[in-house]
Structures are given as C-alpha cells and as structure tokens.
Design a protein around this ligand. Sequence first.
Ligand SMILES: [Zn+2]
Length: 209
Amino acid sequence: MSQNPMPLWYLQWVKHHAAAFALNNEASQTMLKWGPVFVKLFTARELHEATDELIGKPMGLDWVREHRTALIEAVAAQRSRAKAKEKQDRYSVCAFCLETGFCMVPHPGFAHGWGKWHPVLRMPAEDPLGLTRTVAVACCCEVGQRTVAGEQERGREILTLTTYEHRYPNYREVAAERESVLRAAAQEPTATDYENLNRILSGIRILGA
Ligand SMILES: [Zn+2]
C-alpha cells in the first residue's frame, strides 16, 4: 500500500518535540501516526510554538493522550490570540485624524493681512467670527508622519499638530468651547424663539410686495 510521504517539516517537528520532552522511540512512532491528521490541521510554525509552550508544564504519565490534547489546545489558543490581535489592529484607528493623517484645528485667523497668523488663539467670545474657521494640520500618528514625509518629498512643508500645539497651547480649550457654542446653536428652537422670529419677520417690509 503506497502512502503519501510525511512532509519533512513534520518529521523535524516530531524530532524537536521528542527531544524537548525526552520521549522514547515508541513515543516518536506514535507521533508519526498522528502525522496525516496533524499535517492537515496544523502548520509547522504552530506545532513548534505549541511544543515550546508546553515545555515546563506538568505532564502526566498518559503522555499520548495528554500531549495530543495539550498540543491541540495550544494551537487553538494561538489561533484565538492571533484573531483577537487582528481584530484589535483593525479597530485601533487614530482617534485624532481617523487615519486621514490630518486633524482639523481652530484657525487663529490672520493678524496683518494674508499669510501671518494671529499669534494668539482667541476664545469664541473674543473672536465670534473665528467660530467655524479651521485649518488642517498633519497628525502626530504614523499616518500623519507619512503625510509629512510625502509632502517633504514634493518640496512642501506642512504644519504639524506638534508645532501647532506648541504655538497655541490653549487650542484644545478653544476647540472644546467652539464645539459647545456650535452645538448650543444647533439646539431645537423653543416657542419663544419662534415668537421672536415672527416679530422680526413681521417688522420686515418685503420689497416689491
Ligand atoms: Zn492620526
């Protein structure tokens, strides 16, 4: 009866595992019998890692059953850890820029004509016109750093969040205040608001009417 030859990596793993646990020849023969199933289910890397994990763990006398079960459990644990990590990586999106590389921050406005930014970032109460004035700066995350590098390659300098924050240390406070003013304005109008609006509208004479 002809059989598929056992892949070399499996034989190497049997040798590795037997050596790690000082197993005898008979044990190695048994492990070779697991081969056709193990080769289908596991990779060389998974089995080597599983063996290394089991070293030092107490094993009973019924080694055939215990090793087999422990190996299968170790690979299952490896796979679930890998899956959890993959899921975590997928959801660890930069909260500042949402992986765009840019953050929108309050624009301080121009102090003396175009090009020279106001040296101080003012609160909305002192600068109502600046309420929705924003500017994009490069984020300090990995995507942001790639954006900066890409722009530099094209000979362009872009402002980074780090430099901006250094220049306007109160920007978070200003941004939060702006946000709350804008949110407050977006609230549902009350009955009094409608009354006031009607009063204003009735005072306007429409041209041509
Ligand atoms: Zn970012």
